[in-house]
Each structure stands twice: as C-alpha cells, then as structure tokens.
Write a new protein. Structure first.
Length: 75
C-alpha cells in the first residue's frame, strides 16, 4: 500500500504503521465505499473512534478486514 502524508509533507508514515486514518483515507486505500465503511463501523466489523466531530478508522482493524480470510466474512 502507498504511504499517505501525515502532518508535515516531508515526513511520510507508511499506512500500515499508522494507528488511525480518516474515513476518506480508508476509502482510498481499501476501495470500499463510504456508506459500506460506515455500515461496517456500525456493525462492529470495523473499529473506529470519534474525536470531536471527526471519525477515525483504526488501521489495524481495516487491514484485518481486508485480509483474504476475513474479506469473505465481511462481504
């Protein structure tokens, strides 16, 4: 997966090393639509947290969801 800029544009953190990402980043990286991501978050299949008005997706949970063994279950 490609690195997504975080904070200072000169410093990039590889996506898999991040703790959380925005819903928009999760859409780009996973190819899953926003509505489906929100459904997965509501069902508990995808872990997320809310900070103020911002919803953040737990990267570890997203990557686990995308693993071949779990992707069939989530679909």
């Amino acid at each position: 997966m490609h690195p997504i800029e975080s904070g200072d544009a000169k410093r990039r953190i590889p996506f898999a090393e991040r703790v959380t990402c925005s819903v928009d980043d999760a859409v780009i990286v996973s190819g899953i639509g926003r509505s489906t991501l929100y459904k997965l978050m509501r069902s508990g299949a995808l872990e997320s947290t809310k900070t103020g008005d911002r919803r953040l997706v737990r990267v570890e949970s997203l990557l686990k969801l995308l693993e071949p063994s779990t992707a069939k279950v989530a679909a």
